[in-house]
Design a protein around this ligand. Structure first.
Ligand code: ATP
Ligand code: MG
Length: 180
């Protein structure tokens, strides 16, 4: 029999989806779907994705009028000019900071934020300070591999997705509607 969940008082959670398996971003999209069902104001800001590559979530978001914003335009990620990438990463982070500081959202998803932090392009202390000062009702999800320890320490939830099997490892290429 299904257990009935009794909601507690509202408290903004910091949630981290990390690990080497598939499901970090898609789980965040699942939360977005659930939150929309509750008429939450939601936004997903994506660090690695650019407007050049269309994903299924972008197509649906446009139909529904949901904000999913790829921030990754201009990144090379293997750039010879690290300073350019650093300043682009900081511009992207400024967009995220403005969104968080606006206090207008119930759920903010920062997709693949761990990468620019791990590359040393964003100071972790800045990220932590903005997260700590956010509206106490705002839920935040951060996704990406190798979440930094200090970020996991201030989080309320950390899910570590472990890859047991992945079709790419057997040579099966990305599937429309599953990966993109
Ligand atoms: P998804 O967006 O599908 O939920 P993810 O956010 O969990 O994936 P990322 O690390 O962002 O995982 O990976 C992006 C892409 O790499 C996805 O297409 C995903 O299927 C693929 N991928 C994820 N885990 C693995 C793995 N262990 N081996 C190979 N490819 C993977
Ligand atoms: Mg992802």
């Amino acid at each position: 029999m299904e257990r009935e969940i009794q909601p507690g008082p509202r408290r903004g959670l910091l949630m981290i989806h990390t690990g080497d398996g598939k499901g970090k971003t898609t789980a965040a999209l699942g939360l977005l779907f659930r939150a929309l069902g509750r008429n939450f104001k939601v936004i997903m800001l994506q660090f690695l994705k650019s407007k050049k590559h269309i994903y299924g979530e972008h197509l649906l978001a446009e139909k529904l009028g949901v904000e999913i914003q790829p921030l990754g335009d201009g990144f090379s990620w293997e750039s010879k000019n690290i300073e350019t990438d650093k300043s682009l990463a900081r511009e992207c982070w400024n967009t995220c900071r403005n969104v968080i500081e606006s206090g207008k959202y119930d759920l903010v998803i920062l997709d693949e934020l761990t990468y620019p932090i791990n590359y040393g392009w964003l100071p972790l202390e800045d990220v932590i300070s903005v997260l700590k000062k956010r509206d106490s009702n705002m839920h935040v999800v951060i996704t990406g591999r190798n979440a930094p320890q200090p970020l996991m320490e201030i989080a309320d939830l950390v899910s570590d997705v472990h890859a047991v099997k992945h079709p790419l490892k057997s040579g099966i290429r990305a599937q429309i509607g599953i990966e993109m």
